[in-house]
Ligand binder design. Sequence first.
Ligand SMILES: [Zn+2]
Length: 239
Amino acid sequence: MDALYLGDPYMNEFEAELVSVDGREVVLDKTAFYPEGGGQPCDTGTISCGGMTFRVVSVRKNGGIIIHELGEENSAGELKLIIGQRIKGKIDWERRCKLMRMHTAAHLLASLFHSRDGALITGNQLNLERSRIDFSLEGFDREKIDARIAEANGLIQKNLPVKFYWLDREEALKTPELFKLAAGFKHAMEKIRIVEIEGIDRQADGGTHVSSLGEIGKIEFLKAENKGKSNRRVYFTVK
Ligand SMILES: [Zn+2]
């Protein structure tokens, strides 16, 4: 698999071949860099080869191809030198780790808002300092939000395992629950990747997650906003 982060979200270093360079944009034959998507920001880090180190400042997916954008420290000529060579990629691990904790926390909260209150999840955006979940439910008050966050923190203390696996598309589509967070999920894929918080939640998901709830630490409420009559936006962070 060329998207190494899907099979091993804890891979923070890897080797690959540099396939092409277009300006500052680089394609590798495989990568552990997570491209922005599904509400999870991209990874940053470095690519090094032959004594040179290039900063990876952003990563995105375009038509199934993962594109690494390099910083401006190195000349285009230097970049051309390493086409076809083996490179070493290194992910900025503190950043990725925080985003993994935020991502699993978002699944946990969304799952509780959904299963306990019947809320429809309409969006989510993760970030390093604060993340948010949008959901649709009338009369959703602060007390309820606090209760769900407290429940989530209780589950974190139980340190439930978080695992992932692939399901055949046909099978996955029979369970709409799997897609509650996945607006715009690519249903055309043959195999759907499922992220499961054991006994609590299963989601179709292409993001990176911690392997057990304990790694999240503690979820803290930051603020809630009303976005129209029945739309709520909850901001949280992990400590
Ligand atoms: Zn997700």
